[in-house]
Design a protein around this ligand. Sequence first.
Ligand SMILES: C[S@@+](CC[C@H](N)C(=O)[O-])C[C@H]1O[C@@H](n2cnc3c(N)ncnc32)[C@H](O)[C@@H]1O
Length: 364
Amino acid sequence: MQPGSAPTETYDVQFSEKIERTRDQFKDFFNGEIDAFRSPASEYRMRAEFKIWHDKDTGRACYAMHQPKVKNQVIPIEDFEIGSARIRELMPDVLAAVNNSTLLKQKLFQIEFLTATSGDAVVSLIYHRPLSEQWQAEAEQLQSTLRCQLIGRSRKQKIALGRDYVLETLLVNDKSYTYQQVETGFTQPNAAVCQKMLTWAQTVSADIGGDLLELYCGNGNFTLPLAQNFSRVLATEVSKTSVKSALYNIEQNGATNIAIARLSSEEFTEAMNKVRRFRRLENIDLDSYQFSTIFVDPPRAGLDTDTVKLASRFDNIIYISCNPDTLADNLASLATTHEVTRLALFDQFPYTEHRECGVILRRR
Ligand SMILES: C[S@@+](CC[C@H](N)C(=O)[O-])C[C@H]1O[C@@H](n2cnc3c(N)ncnc32)[C@H](O)[C@@H]1O
């Protein structure tokens, strides 16, 4: 199958297989009905990055992806069915402009797209050479023709001709949330499924009350809808870019009960355990929180041992995971103190091995 093509006739089959695999993998922790959330069968990826392949014979540039597990081999990409409608619309126009301009094409080695469901888009052109004023003049023309935000990058150089982010709006239980999603920051790649994840997390935590601690909060993606269910929220995240976006998103959405601290989960655990004091927490009185719940959405590595210990001190744990293997490892520890009461599968990455899961744990 061509990378990026989406054989819709097999979607149901692959989705059912994922549900079965998830049921089997977590059978020691949960025997109830899995909350399973489908993806659209095509045009679901809001971001994409392509290598640019320069054909030696024709001199033309084309989109390409690395051949999985084969070194120095690329596969040309004609269309990208799994990309959002906006990515598919922009792809041929960007490539035509590149092929019509030596300035835009020379030493271009990668193009990245970040789009929102509104059609807002950032296109990044990445080069193996410094970018000149002449490049900028041509890129500005292209930006206005394409009606998108254009960024040029090369070593130690970033020229953002407009914004370096898109504005995404997601609907969660009848309320809209607007998010700044920055080109280099983490964002969930499948907007339709992300909306279902947010709705699930908000719905399953509706009756808990008290205060919420969130680790790995990114740009505040879950923080904003979850804040509706809790008196106060303390959210932490390690990336400066994401923390900046989270603060922007809190303000833009008028949320008044969220505090953000830029701390890794390891650092925050030290702060909670009073092992270490942090200047970055000086305006936050940890002892004033009445935490009922911890929400975690870690990277693929899952939770480290100390963070698992920290999580086990909470009555309720909401855990979103992009790696079922590390989730299963963490559950093996958490299941000694907590019971899994809900298990969800979100098909963020159709036609791949990847599964995104959600679990709710309650203290036994
Ligand atoms: C899977 S993303 C989830 C982000 C957010 N919940 C969302 O839905 O967009 C994981 C986040 O954890 C952050 N991160 C990675 N390692 C971390 C660590 N050791 N401590 C805290 N945050 C970390 C990343 O920067 C990223 O924003």
